[in-house]
Every structure is written in structure tokens, then in C-alpha cells.
Design a protein around this ligand. Structure first.
Ligand SMILES: Nc1ncnc2c1ncn2[C@@H]1O[C@H](COP(=O)(O)OP(=O)(O)OP(=O)(O)O)[C@@H](O)[C@H]1O
Ligand SMILES: [Mg+2]
Length: 258
């Protein structure tokens, strides 16, 4: 090999090394950019869900603690009116309407942020919701919690509760099922939420990706966002007329501020 050939080989090797470095740099930047993009997206979804739940909590307590007592005062004033016999019936009717308004306000406030969830925790709140929803549209809902002492943080409780709420509402609205089974268990550091219905079934991916502005809903998308916020995983299985089954695997020590 003469000097010129050596130089040529050297130049080729240097070119290959430089080219490889550029490719590696390019691929690494792309991977880092993608990771950053996914992390930012998660942060955004996390913030949106937190804002939504905080807003629900705020409106629920404004209704319950702000407007509730005001309406009670109105009722007290009306009852203390010194009216003649002709107007007694009117005052009585006004009192009944005020009671209805109070009842509705309590209901709306409780739907926004269930009191039982705040005071007694996830298991009690799911039981209460299941009791109310049971037998609607002829669907028998059975719920069991096989965790002796369920201890998870409030944010996690709210997210798991919203997931259960959405599954129950969807089963009632869309499935045509006669039964829905909901089970909460724990496997080491994982909370497992398993649900199954015996309805008509559906294709999760195609339903989830339907445009919200047309016929699509938000429920399935929100299920995924909440599981993401919880750092968990969602598995689903469905076939025509064999119903749908979900498994949510959620790490118990995950912080929703991640
Ligand atoms: N358990 C189920 N059985 C059969 N079909 C279902 C079930 N759950 C959801 N679906 C189908 O998936 C679609 C999308 O559900 P999704 O919860 O996203 O929207 P929605 O319930 O229609 O509206 P939203 O949840 O926003 O009030 C439903 O319209 C329904 O066709
Ligand atoms: Mg829905």
C-alpha cells in the first residue's frame, strides 16, 4: 500500500466515523426530544385533571356552604312572616319549593365532589355510588373490595373513583348488559381495579379515537388520561356480545405530581 492509498483509506475511515457521530447525535436528540415531548404532554394532562378536580371541589363547597345557608335563611324569614289564613297555603308551598331547591343543591354538590369520598374514602364512596346505580336499566352491579385496609392518597382516590363512575355510567348507557362486576384488589404495590360486563361489547380503540365534536365522547379518553396521571396501565378486552373487561393496574406509591 503506497502513501496515497493510505491517505485515502484514512480519509474514508475519518468520514465514516464523522458520519456515525452525526447519525448517533441526530438519533439521540430525536429520542430525547420525544421523551421531553411525552413528559410535557403528561404534565399538561396532569395539570388539566388537577384543575378540573379543584374546580369541582370549589364549586361543590360554594354550593353547599355558601348558597345552602342563604336559602335556609330565606326559609326562616318566610316561615316567620305573620300572614293571614288565606296566605298560609302560599307560605307552605314556598317552603316546600325551598326544600326542593336545597335538596337539588345538595345533590349537585355531591355529584361534583362526593362527600363520602372526601370524608370516608374510596371504598365507601364506590359502595354508595354502586347502591344508587344498581338496577338502573336492569343492570345488577356487584362491587367488592378485597383490600382490608385501603390506604392511598386523596388524588389517587379521586381518580380511581372517577374511573369507576365512568365505567358504571358507560355500562348503564351503552352496554345493554344485565350485570357488571367491579373488584378492587391489591397485588404487592399495585392496586388492581377489574371490571367486566356481559353486554354487547365494543372496540375500545376505534371508539376512543372518535372525534368529540362529532359523535365521540370524552369518557374513554379521560379513562386513559387518569390512568396515565396515576402512572398505571390499562388493559381491555372485548368481543361482540361477550361484553367488555377492563383491568387497571395502578402503582400505590405513585405521586400524581410526577
Ligand atoms: N360498556 C360498554 N359497552 C358497550 N359500548 C360501550 C361501553 N362503554 C363505552 N361504549 C361505547 O364507546 C363509546 C364512547 O364512550 P365514551 O365514554 O368515550 O363516550 P360517551 O359515554 O358516549 O360520552 P361521555 O362519556 O363523554 O358522556 C360510547 O358511545 C359507546 O358506543
Ligand atoms: Mg362515557
Amino acid at each position: 500500500m503506497d502513501a496515497k492509498e493510505k491517505e485515502l483509506y484514512l480519509a474514508i475511515i475519518v468520514a465514516i466515523v464523522l458520519f456515525s457521530i452525526i447519525i448517533i447525535y441526530f438519533v439521540t436528540s430525536l429520542i430525547l426530544y420525544q421523551r421531553r415531548f411525552i413528559a410535557l404532554q403528561k404534565e399538561r394532562i396532569n395539570a388539566e385533571i388537577n384543575t378540573l378536580e379543584n374546580e369541582r371541589r370549589r364549586v361543590a363547597s360554594e354550593l353547599h356552604d355558601g348558597i345552602g345557608p342563604l336559602i335556609s335563611s330565606v326559609k326562616l324569614y318566610i316561615n316567620s312572616l305573620d300572614v293571614g289564613e288565606d296566605d298560609t297555603e302560599i307560605v307552605h308551598k314556598a317552603g316546600t319549593y325551598i326544600d326542593d331547591i336545597m335538596q337539588n343543591i345538595r345533590q349537585i354538590s355531591n355529584n361534583l365532589m362526593p362527600n363520602t369520598l372526601v370524608r370516608k374514602g374510596l371504598d365507601a364512596a364506590i359502595k354508595e355510588f354502586v347502591d344508587k346505580a344498581d338496577n338502573q336499566n336492569g343492570i345488577k352491579i356487584s362491587y367488592s373490595c378485597e383490600i382490608p385496609e385501603l390506604s392511598i392518597n386523596k388524588d389517587m382516590e379521586i381518580n380511581v373513583f372517577r374511573i369507576v363512575q365512568e365505567i358504571i355510567n358507560n355500562t348503564i348507557k351503552h352496554s345493554g348488559a344485565s350485570k357488571l362486576i367491579i373488584k378492587l384488589t391489591q397485588q404487592e404495590k399495585m392496586l388492581l381495579l377489574q371490571t367486566s360486563d356481559n353486554g354487547k361489547g365494543f372496540d375500545f380503540e376505534s371508539m376512543k379515537n372518535k372525534d368529540v365534536s362529532k359523535e365521540g365522547g370524552l369518557g374513554l379518553k379521560n379513562l386513559e388520561s387518569r390512568v396515565d396521571v396515576l402512572g398505571g396501565q390499562l388493559f381491555h378486552q372485548s368481543s361482540p356480545n361477550k361484553g367488555v373487561a377492563f383491568i387497571f393496574e395502578i402503582p400505590i406509591n405513585h405521586s400524581t405530581n410526577n
